[in-house]
Write a new protein. Structure first.
Length: 122
């Protein structure tokens, strides 16, 4: 069965006219940071649960950063944001503290192996 993709890269059923992920309210962005701490790419985060990883089924599909197929998921509900590591990779650090789950606030740094991200919430 063939799939199609929305403008953000989410997998859609061929019969869908609109992407259900993109219809959810915008909650913020996940920025990829280089070794100097400068952002060079961003991914939109919507209300609800968003899987993060290299897999085609992830709402936050991040390639070339050494992430597993489903590395973690970010949940945003009523303005509260959290992240849970799914245990499929090198582990996770939030603000340089190793953890498997954490609440997030605007500006927090998330690290998986060598990949570093910054969360920007509305």
């Amino acid at each position: 069965m063939g799939y199609k993709y929305c403008a953000e890269g989410h997998i859609m059923d061929p019969s869908w006219k609109y992407c259900p992920v993109c219809l959810a309210p915008l909650a913020g962005w996940l920025l990829t940071l280089d070794s100097e701490g400068k952002a060079h790419k961003f991914y939109t985060i919507h209300e609800g649960k968003s899987f993060l990883g290299a897999g085609a089924d992830c709402e936050l599909r991040i390639l070339g950063q050494g992430l597993s197929r489903q590395q973690a998921y970010i949940t945003v509900i009523d303005g509260l944001c959290s992240i849970v590591d799914m245990g499929n990779g090198d582990g996770m650090k939030v603000n340089d503290v190793e953890t498997t789950r954490s609440s997030l606030i605007d500006g927090d740094l998330i690290q998986f192996g060598e990949a570093i991200f910054k969360i920007k919430l509305l």
